[in-house]
Design a protein around this ligand. Structure first.
Ligand code: FUL
Length: 480
């Protein structure tokens, strides 16, 4: 038994800077959510439209936002981000600022609104909704001039005022190059650091949707992981100080993005990582890729490499020419969900008795048993000066497991930089797994062991460690 002062006598650990904002903390809980690429490319079988496509091509035969959103919800996803406008400039909503939109398509007699139907479907199904609005616009004649920025911000204003709560705004780094540009058919290069006046645009988002998180290569709320493969670094800090290429100011499309996969221990800003990856080779639907959809098992691996490494998984599931999710994709999504449900069905560490080498002020509020209580808001903490410490968990009975989940209480900063986990084999401790960062969530897979005693050793931490969860699971056997 600990010799304990009364609960609450010991003050909270001091923050280990930088710390997340409220919107970043909320976003971190989304974990796995859907990206939906849909637009003119769906009908031309391309990935990047040139900008000269006729809006008449957009004509889904059976568009059903509700069905897609329900599927995502059932698959355990928490939000949907829709490509309201891709690089080709075609707009999926009734914008007042261009005719290059659903207004000029035969779909629903020119009265349809894909953004509106998705926003409504998300509301109905308790899902968050976000928008992708491509900064690069290969249709606009004024692209590259200051006028285009008014156009871009006017469009953003429509999206952020007419569709209720917008949870994330996605700013793509791909911009500038050849295009139709109102008939000019030429190559236009812009200065990525200065052209877009990002601060002004981000202020607009803050004003219109104060709770929305802003995504780009440089944040300001969440960062691109630097690849489109669904892989976060085994070391993955939520901190990051983006730098531009060749010493130029960093901006979307202008960072040394290979650094984003790990972020940095001493990064100035809290900029956690989002991993965007498609369920298919392409972002848009192509029939020829129907046989190349990732399996449930592959999606589970992506989950381990993203959510399991302190990042989020933004999984793209495009709509086909009907305006629906293809059957192959929905089967894979439900298998993915089924595998996660089975994996996380039993936590063998829940309710274990836990001893720690040190507990903050010997206060029960910071007790080691907080790591096995299933509550992410309680945590084990050590005294401020103690940055290496250990826990021994005694399970109620022997169990066989091959997966470990660890979580830090990130509201006060990301701290742990080196840890290992051992299991008691007879009377010998043997290493099970080891790692560097933990962050919001760390999942590790190893060969199965059977034991009733496990030890967590924190070797190094930026500040006193705050651990909110330690769980043990068993992977389900491989299914066909
Ligand atoms: C990239 C774009 O160029 C792709 O077409 C896709 O939208 C992807 C999510 O972002 O930068």
């Amino acid at each position: 038994m600990l010799h304990t002062p009364m609960k609450g006598q010991i003050p909270l650990p001091s923050p280990c800077s930088p710390v997340p904002s409220k919107r970043q903390v909320e976003w971190q809980k989304w974990e796995c959510y859907a990206f939906v690429h849909f637009g003119i490319n769906t009908f031309t079988d391309k990935e990047w439209g040139y900008g000269d496509e006729s809006p008449a091509l957009f004509n889904p035969t059976d568009f059903n936002a509700d069905e897609a959103v329900r599927l995502f919800h059932e698959a355990g996803m928490t939000a949907v981000i829709l490509t309201a406008k891709h690089h080709d400039g075609f707009c999926l909503w009734q914008t007042a600022f261009t005719d290059h939109s659903v207004k000029k398509s035969p779909w629903r007699g020119g009265k349809g609104d894909v953004v509106g139907e998705f926003a409504e479907a998300c509301k109905r199904n308790g899902m968050k909704f976000g928008v992708y609005l491509s900064p690069w616009d290969r249709n606009r004649s004024d692209y590259g001039t200051p006028e285009y920025l008014n156009y871009y911000r006017n469009q953003l204003t429509e999206l952020l005022t007419n569709y209720g709560e917008i949870a994330e705004v996605w700013f793509d780094g791909a911009n500038g190059g050849d295009g139709y540009y109102g008939g000019a058919r030429e190559k236009r290069t812009i200065d990525r650091s200065t052209y877009y006046g990002w601060d002004t645009t981000w202020n607009l988002v803050r004003r219109l949707q104060p709770n929305a998180v802003i995504f780009s290569d440089v944040g300001p709320d969440i960062r691109w992981i630097g690849n489109e493969k669904g892989i976060a670094g085994e070391t993955c800090w939520s901190m990051y100080s983006p730098v531009g290429e060749h010493g130029t100011p960093p901006a979307p499309g202008n960072t040394v993005y290979s650094q984003a996969i790990e972020g940095s221990r001493d990064g100035k800003a809290w900029l956690p990582a989002e991993c965007d990856v498609s369920i298919r080779p392409g972002w848009f639907y192509h029939q020829k890729e129907d046989s190349l959809v990732k399996s449930g098992q592959q999606l589970l691996n992506l989950y381990l490499q993203t959510v399991g490494r302190n990042a989020s998984l933004l999984l793209n599931v495009p709509l086909d020419r009907r305006g629906r999710v293809a059957q192959s994709d929905s089967i894979a999504l439900m298998k993915f969900k089924h595998l996660r449900d089975r994996l996380f069905a039993t936590d063998f560490a829940r309710g274990a008795s836990v001893n720690s080498s040190n507990t903050r002020g010997n206060d029960v509020q910071y007790s080691a048993e907080n790591v096995v209580d299933g509550d992410p808001d309680t945590y084990w903490a050590t005294d401020d000066s103690v940055t290496n410490a250990s826990l021994i968990l005694r399970l109620s009975k022997k169990a066989t497991f091959d997966c470990l989940l660890l979580q830090e209480y990130i509201l006060l900063g990301q701290r742990v930089e080196s840890f290992s986990v051992e299991w008691l084999d007879g009377n010998r401790w043997r290493e099970l797994a080891s790692g560097t960062t933990i962050g919001h969530k760390r999942l590790l897979r190893f060969s199965p062991v059977t034991t009733d005693e496990v030890r967590l050793v924190i070797h190094r931490s930026r500040c006193a460690p705050l651990i909110s969860a330690f769980s043990l699971y068993k992977f389900p056997p491989l299914e066909k």
